[in-house]
Ligand binder design. Structure first.
Ligand code: HSE
Length: 450
């Protein structure tokens, strides 16, 4: 038999940051060492551990030895590890844009591959870092940066490579999905559920990134670049979180047969690309509407394959480590391959990326949910529907809350068919001028994925 690579030298991994994901990566690499070696064709060896907490690094090094593997070197300074000729790949699990960026740049400058779970770093500085990696003939693996353990990067870059991707939409922040699920199921308050998500370790160090939609925007930015073959354009993303969402809208949506999810959405349009994160009504009969708790799911529509759905844990120690180790195995398999033969970072060859425009939010197309506080008197609904009809907007469904005994106002809830956001905003500004409309409209977007 020929072609066995199992006698080849190991891939020597330096792990920087031994927190939740670092701990999971250490556990998976140690526990599954032999299975991973059989797959990779060489051992994937933990050769270096770097963390400010030296006691933790030392005890993790001992655990590697206890598992019968060579002792990793422990570093106080991750930059020293990134300069060590005995390290092939630096796994950056520190997070943030500060030291993590310097570490990645140093590793690349020393011609070391990088594997990272740092979506913020790549969404903001990815263009520069991918260019640096390419110039050095090395790769940055980032499967763990989007949707944790779900192999969505692999799917977009490889499995779906035959397709012209039309759109991608995903529940890609576990914290907010957990919050929305608990609010809907148990009627709990936003603050209580957030505290629970932080205790469970789903939330970012700064949970503002989760609840304001920034984390989801980092992730959809990366998916958008890979789906359409364009540079990362986080600064152009439209971002709305869930902090302004009211529980009455979750209930009205349910009455209309919808669930509200924080979605990252990117769509190809004739004049550019939509790139947005916001709470979204989805028909409850869609599979993605039933993704609950901290789970993630990504829907991809390709012209050849149609709709595909990827589901799994989007955060947590070993689910995220699963993605980190998958990138390490890819590197181990192709360690001697010429750089030009590797799968390109953003799925398209670097010189084939197109600088597609990201459309302003007024130019997106969507269905809309409107909740209007109105005087309970004849003609109100007729006035509202006339304005919508005059604006060329067609109504899909509506409900009117029955006013309580003695109450002289009520809520009207409307769902529209798809229209331009600019068209809807203009119609709403006219509706809000009606004397019978008593408060600014609550507006949410609707996606049917039909
Ligand atoms: N804070 C993130 C989430 C963790 O809640 O999904 C994984 O990126």
């Amino acid at each position: 038999m020929t072609g066995s690579k199992t006698a080849q030298r190991p891939l020597r991994v330096g792990l920087a940051g031994l927190g939740t994901v670092g701990g999971g990566t250490h556990a998976v690499l140690t526990r599954n060492a032999s299975e991973i070696r059989r797959r990779a064709g060489r051992a994937v060896e933990l050769a270096g551990l770097a963390d400010l907490d030296q006691a933790k690094a030392n005890s993790m090094a001992q655990a590697v030895v206890a598992a019968g593997q060579p002792a990793p070197k422990v570093y106080t300074d991750a930059l020293a590890m990134a300069a060590d000729p005995n390290i092939d790949v630096v796994v950056e699990l520190i997070g943030g844009y500060g030291f993590a960026k310097s570490l990645v740049q140093a590793a690349l400058a020393n011609c070391k591959h990088v594997v990272t779970a740092n979506k913020a770093l790549l969404a903001v500085h990815g263009n520069e870092l991918f260019t640096q990696a390419q110039g050095q003939g090395v790769s940055i693996g980032f499967e763990a940066a989007v949707a944790g353990g779900i192999p969505i990067i692999k799917a977009l870059r490889e499995g779906l490579t035959a397709n012209r991707i039309e759109w991608v939409a995903g529940i890609i922040n576990g914290t907010t999905n957990f919050i929305l699920s608990e609010m809907r199921d148990k009627g709990l308050s936003f603050a209580d559920v957030l505290a629970q998500a932080q205790r469970l370790g789903y939330a970012e160090a700064d949970p503002t990134f989760d609840i304001e939609g920034v984390d989801a925007a980092h992730k959809i930015t990366l998916l958008s670049a890979m789906a359409f073959g364009m540079p990362v354009k986080f600064e152009k993303a439209h971002i709305e979180g869930i902090t302004k969402l009211q529980s009455q809208d979750i209930r009205y949506a349910e009455q209309l047969g919808y669930r509200i999810k924080l979605l990252g959405i990117t769509k190809r349009r004739a004049n550019g690309v939509e790139l947005r994160v916001h709470p979204t009504l989805i028909p409850e009969k869609r599979l993605i509407a039933n993704v609950e708790g901290a789970m993630n799911a990504v829907l991809v529509k390709g012209d050849a394959v149609g709709h595909t759905l990827y589901y799994g844990k989007g955060a947590g120690s070993e689910p995220t480590a699963s993605a980190v180790v998958a990138d390490l195995v890819d590197l181990a398999r192709g360690l001697e391959a010429p750089a030009a033969d590797r799968v390109p970072h953003l799925a398209f060859q670097p010189d084939q990326l197109s600088d597609l425009a990201v459309l302003p939010i007024a130019e997106i197309e969507s269905g809309y949910y409107l909740r209007l506080r109105v005087a309970d008197q004849p003609g109100v609904l007729a006035d509202i529907t006339r304005i919508l009809a005059d604006s060329g907007i067609s109504i899909d469904a509506f409900i009117q809350r029955e006013p309580a005994e003695g109450e002289d106002q009520t809520d009207v809830i409307l769902l529209s068919h798809v229209c331009l956001e600019r068209q809807m905003r203009l119609a709403i500004s006219h509706i809000e001028q009606l004397a019978t409309v008593l408060a600014p409209a609550t507006v949410l977007r609707v996606e049917t994925f039909a």
